[in-house]
Design a protein around this ligand. Structure first.
Ligand SMILES: [Zn+2]
Length: 488
């Protein structure tokens, strides 16, 4: 017996059916973590089953099979079998089959399937993509599930995405938890190379393992974490272990999980967290999938340029839990300052580009600003800090810096994309000419425009104008002075 769907879940089913009626066989359901993707899939599966159609539910990792089966049972489905070596639930006669993509890759797709659900569809397994694009499966409907279907090339496999409700609307309806973001640490990532669109992990681990940064994580958690159950996202295993150790040294019991932590141990750690025996868990990305822990605080110690990874990490903290009024996000990675609030990251369409251009964001909200008193991230244009009440003094239009007049970006009129592109190209030329780190361009660009480069051809280069040279000169002097002051 299935429970009654909420309004957005009914809408999701209607949108998926409408897509099918219009002949679409490759649809993605975009829905925030915790808003019932599995339940909606279960409704589709049940409807198919009643018509005698066999269904296949594909998960992204073997480790997710058992919890997926449990979740489908909870949603009221019966008649479930599992395709996996020696699994006790192996039973091909059952109308609903659950399998991992790894197992299917070895064995091939089972025959006689009339509906396929693909969990975590943004992960885009290459083999499965091939199946979905093959003629043999062209008429079989596939429904992808994802909180973040923004991956490059996803629009080459899926035809449309269906978005019954946004994260913002879910929060307003109290179906997801509201959140507050604080960002006090600003790691210097200017020297970190970009590798396939995100920071080079090894170099990132070096920067983020800095003892001062890790000590700041513990200090910030003590003052803002409110003693809540917490998950800390770290760069790699060594980094996560250092974070855990630093908490324990500070007298705060802390756990650790990585991809090799088995199911029994995970359950133990989760129970310890629920009982308050440990306050938090350091991990490396592996808690971004299939985790429904009761959390009240998320530590982002993993800088990323990926909106998907960012929103997946934050999403862990947005489940509504009894006794936890909201989610505190301690962003030590500048992810929010770089990409905006998770609720502002929305994409109109699936991305058809294989590489290069990104999917267009809907309504480019201005990036948040940090309260200088408490490090709370305020929405743009909010003057008085909603967290601590601090009102910054209005800044004057120009400021003296060693004889150079340096304009304050915020009071300038909005630059057009062409102007921004020009500036970026000229900065690129200076960076190359002077052999600066690649990240210097984005940092300087941000000083000029108050936002990170977005929608810009980052490789373009052109000779710098006097205006740009002057700006760079003023800022380089201020930068050096600041460094000297810090050193002293
Ligand atoms: Zn404040």
């Amino acid at each position: 017996m299935m429970r009654d769907p909420r309004e957005h879940q009914t809408k999701a089913v209607a949108l998926l059916r409408d897509g099918y009626r219009r002949g679409k066989r490759r649809l993605i359901l975009e829905l925030a973590t915790g808003a019932g993707k599995t339940f909606i899939a279960a409704i589709m599966i049940e409807a198919a089953r009643l018509k005698g159609i066999r269904c296949l539910f594909i998960v992204d990792a073997i480790s997710l099979i058992d919890q997926t089966v449990e979740a489908l049972y909870r949603e009221g489905l019966t008649g479930i079998g599992v395709i996996q070596a020696d699994h006790p639930m192996t039973d091909w006669s059952k109308p609903i089959q659950v399998a991992s993509v790894q197992t299917l890759r070895r064995r091939g797709m089972p025959a006689g399937i009339g509906l396929v659900i693909v969990d975590e569809a943004h992960c885009q397994d290459a083999w499965l993509t091939g199946i979905m694009q093959s003629g043999e499966w062209a008429d079989t409907p596939f429904i992808g599930l994802s909180a973040t279907p923004w991956a490059k090339g996803l629009g080459l496999t899926y035809e449309e995405k269906v978005t019954p409700i946004t994260m913002r609307e879910l929060i307003d309806l109290k179906l997801l938890s509201p959140f507050r973001v604080f960002a006090s640490a600003h790691p210097d990532l200017s020297g970190v190379k970009i590798d396939r669109g995100d920071y080079h992990e090894g170099q990132l681990a070096d920067v983020m393992s800095d003892a001062k940064l890790i000590a700041d994580i513990v200090r910030t958690w003590k003052s803002l974490g409110d003693n809540r159950p917490t998950v800390a996202f770290c760069v790699d295993r060594a980094h996560a272990k250092k974070v855990k150790t630093r908490f324990i040294e500070a007298g705060i019991p802390w756990g650790y999980i990585d991809a090799y932590t088995d199911r029994t141990e995970r359950k133990l750690i989760r129970d310890q967290l629920d009982r308050g025996e440990i306050k938090g868990v350091a991990n490396v990305g592996c808690l971004t999938k299939g985790v429904d822990w009761a959390l009240g605080c998320i530590i982002l110690a993993r800088p990323t340029k990926s909106e998907m990874l960012f929103v997946q990490m934050v999403g862990r903290g947005l489940r509504v839990n009894d006794g936890i009024p909201d989610c505190v996000i301690l962003d030590h990675a500048d992810n929010t300052l770089r990409m905006g609030f998770p609720t502002d990251i929305r994409h109109e369409e699936l991305c058809k580009a294989e590489k290069g251009e990104r999917a267009k964001r809907v309504n480019e909200a201005p990036l948040p600003k940090e309260c200088s008193a408490c490090s709370y991230l305020k929405p743009a244009k909010v003057h008085q800090c909603p967290a601590c009440g601090f009102k910054p003094e209005k800044q004057s239009d120009v400021e003296e810096a060693d004889g150079f007049l340096v304009e304050i970006t915020k009071t300038k009129k909005r630059a057009t994309l062409e102007e921004k592109q020009d500036w970026h190209a000229m900065l690129r030329s200076i960076q190359r000419g002077r052999n600066y780190a690649a990240g210097w361009v984005a940092n300087t660009y941000r000083k000029r425009f108050g936002v990170w480069p977005r929608g810009i051809d980052e490789s373009a280069s052109k000779p710098p104008s006097q205006e740009v040279l002057n700006f760079v000169r003023g800022h380089t002097i201020r930068y050096v002075k600041g460094r000297e002051k810090q050193a002293a």
